[in-house]
Design a protein around this ligand. Structure first.
Ligand SMILES: [Zn+2]
Length: 374
């Protein structure tokens, strides 16, 4: 077994499921145990580490290798995974067969985390001085609210450019959409349904909201598309309201999912919706509970060029592409750190019942990163 495969097996064996807003607690949930493993691993390799809580018991880990180089590179991966309900394999007993490692998080995104750790510590252990200063960042809560990345930025994270590790099959993702999610609530007055005129129906008010939102979603699809990412979208995914059929409902809410293009900020997302709803006084827009910006890094920018060169040298080819999913890279780009998405593993296997990663690809990732850093 290679060093990076053994390291990944260790990471997968430590559950770090994101409770994702649900009432789930216990040792299987949260990032603390995995953060502790990562911090200990780095300290053993004589790298300075800082661990701080993003939420109680849910930390980020940040480590710095400073060699006095003019350029500082961020290597970031998230610690959390989605839940392991209904998996067809044992999620936390890493199983290696057929050249693959199976387990929750193997692909999304402990494979990237293992590759970063192995590349940096491997170089240092071999006596090679990196050509760049490094910030190794392992964050909480990417799978739900991106608050780990936001906390890192709020604490003054700096780097000249970066890589966010996600399963891209070793392709360079230089642009992706963002996502903003929020609730709209309508309020009414409850009454006996035999006397509906005594109440004010919150579900009827929401009906008017939905008509406006559907029209607005249609107008988004009329916009000029981004050359790579297409058009922004809006979708209402959840609705809840009413207590019983014989009560005029006094409350209804929906949850809205808006996929944004790079450069669309919170005001660009919410202001048009607020304007549409001005004629419905019973409707109120809540603050977004999930917000990650879209991002776009030029094909000529340092992270694309540096990774491309290294990929060419190691694998003979470099693929540069764009994606529709959102990642922590959006947060770093908005903060002024040009950051691409790159890592071993296939996004099609992320979050699946038999999640796995190819060990050959994992080892290639380490070689690509080592070359890029050296
Ligand atoms: Zn991920």
């Amino acid at each position: 077994m290679s060093g990076v495969a053994a390291l990944l097996a260790d990471l997968v064996a430590i559950p770090s499921m994101n409770p994702m807003g649900r009432d789930r607690t216990g040792s299987m949930y949260g990032e603390a145990a995995l953060a502790d493993y990562v911090a200990t691993f780095l300290r053993k390799n004589r790298i300075d580490v800082e661990v701080y809580d993003v939420h109680p018991g849910r930390p980020n880990v940040v480590a710095r290798v400073t060699v006095g180089a003019p350029t500082t590179v961020l290597l970031e991966a998230h610690l959390d995974t989605v839940h392991a309900d209904n998996m067809s394999i044992d999620p936390f007993r890493p199983d290696m067969r057929g050249g693959r490692l199976y387990g929750r998080g193997s692909c999304d995104t402990k494979g990237s985390l293992a590759a970063f750790l192995a590349a940096v510590t491997g170089l240092l252990a071999g006596g090679t001085q990196p050509a760049v200063n490094l910030v190794l960042l392992a964050v909480a809560d990417e799978e739900y609210r991106f608050t780990g990345a936001q906390a890192a930025v709020a604490r003054g994270l700096t780097a000249d450019w970066g890589i966010a590790g996600e399963p891209t099959q070793l392709r360079i993702v230089r642009a992706h959409k963002g996502v903003t999610r929020w609730k709209i609530v309508t309020r009414g007055v409850a009454a006996h349904s035999a006397y509906p005129e005594r109440g004010r129906n919150a579900i009827n008010a929401m009906g008017r909201v939905l008509v406006h939102l559907e029209e607005y979603a249609g107008s988004l699809s009329d916009r000029t598309p981004h050359p790579d990412l297409g058009k922004p979208t809006l979708s209402v995914g959840v609705i809840e309201g009413g207590q019983a059929v014989n009560i005029v409902p006094d409350r209804c809410w929906i949850e809205v999912d808006r996929r944004t293009l790079p450069g669309e900020d919170r005001a660009a997302v919410l202001a048009p919706v607020a304007a549409l709803l001005r004629g419905i006084p019973d409707a109120a827009i809540e603050e977004p509970h999930i917000e990650v910006p879209g991002m776009e890094v030029a094909a000529s920018a340092p992270p694309v060029v540096a990774l491309s060169r290294s990929l060419q040298a190691i694998t003979g080819a470099a693929v540069i592409e764009t994606a529709h999913y959102a990642t922590d890279a959006g947060v770093y780009n908005r903060h002024g750190i040009p950051t691409v998405v790159f890592g071993p593993g296939d996004i099609a296997l992320a979050h699946t019942a038999d999640e796995s990663i190819g060990l050959g690809e994992l080892e290639t990732a380490v070689r690509v990163l080592e070359r890029m850093i050296a």
